[in-house]
Ligand binder design. Structure first.
Ligand SMILES: [Zn+2]
Length: 311
């Protein structure tokens, strides 16, 4: 009888834990589905830099940051203005930056970033002229925003988290370059850049990181993901390390890398078929959760990845 009760109690506990895990996954998925369906809609026309829809996207992300309880970073509001050409201030672009101060180490920043801009419509394509950029990079933006909401609700990050929606990545990493130039790099502990996480090009449960050997971040993430069922792999197409918004950080010595599950060999990379219907939402939520778990010991201040040394 007592054994029965014990077994019943254990089953109940195990079931409870599983349900708790499922609900956090479903929560991430629900949030990412909502964000993706806005950013990758045809009405957003690919969110290319300088378009009206690009500005709509910045406002959407800023409102979201404010609603979940982030605060502005440094002296700007949520919108960080920059210009492609510093002498021409008539053409303004905006990064969207939200800040969650750390409890124990507020002067140590972890950057969690994703670019939200993509490409302009091309009218030569009659049937579908819109480059929705659902995978590149509404998926990474949705993951970044869902992670922001996750930590804002928990409120237990020991280091400060700075959430960056970077603009004009597709024009040459312009927004991230501007951010790095205007932030004290010595305070940035790590850069977690999210790119193309929606289409599992190499199968489900696979998370890739660019520049695996260049800093100590990969080994920390690998250790934290042991036993999680996620395959954590180096991105083999290694030039991707220098082609996304992690790179300006990396040039400053910061262990900053991109996390992705597809690369530019995907047949819909920078094509009009990079649509919402190709996004694997459950897998995106799973990888988002894996990233949270993978960086947990860095966020809670226990581990510090070694920096990048350029010879
Ligand atoms: Zn991209």
């Amino acid at each position: 009888m007592r054994l029965n009760i014990l077994i019943f109690f254990c089953c109940f506990l195990a079931f409870g834990v599983l349900r708790a895990q499922d609900s956090s996954l479903l929560d991430l998925q629900k949030e990412e589905s909502y964000i993706l369906s806005y950013l990758a809609a045809d009405s957003m026309k690919g969110r290319s830099a300088y378009s009206r829809e690009n500005l709509h996207a910045t406002k959407f992300i800023a409102r979201y940051f404010e609603a979940i309880g982030l605060i502005p970073f440094q002296d700007s509001g949520f919108l960080q203005q920059f210009n492609r050409n510093p002498s021409d201030t008539s053409l303004a672009l905006f990064n969207v930056i939200g800040y969650l101060p750390g409890r124990a180490k507020p002067e140590e920043y972890i950057i969690i970033s994703a670019h939200f801009d993509h490409l302009s419509p091309d009218r030569r394509f009659r049937k579908d002229s819109i480059f929705n950029g659902a995978n590149d990079n509404a998926s990474g933006t949705a993951a970044m925003m869902a992670i922001a909401r996750y930590y804002a609700q928990k409120g237990n990050n020991e280091r400060s988290l700075v959430f960056c929606a970077f603009n004009a990545e597709e024009l040459g990493l312009i927004g991230s370059n501007y951010f790095v130039e205007h932030t004290d790099a010595s305070k940035i502990i790590a850069g977690i850049n999210l790119e193309m996480l929606g289409f599992p090009q190499f199968g489900k449960n696979r998370l890739m990181m660019t520049g695996m050997q260049k800093s100590g971040l990969g080994s920390i993430v690998r250790k934290n993901l042991a036993g999680s069922g996620i395959k954590f792999l180096p991105e083999r197409q290694d030039d991707l390390f220098a082609r996304s918004d992690n790179f300006p950080f990396a040039l400053a010595g910061i262990p900053a890398h991109s996390f992705l599950c597809s690369n530019d060999n995907d047949r819909c990379y920078h094509k009009v078929c990079d649509d919402l219907k190709r996004i694997d939402l459950p897998n995106l939520a799973l990888l988002t959760k894996a990233i949270i778990q993978g960086i947990s010991s860095v966020v809670n201040g226990v581990e510090t990845p070694s920096r990048i040394k350029w010879k």
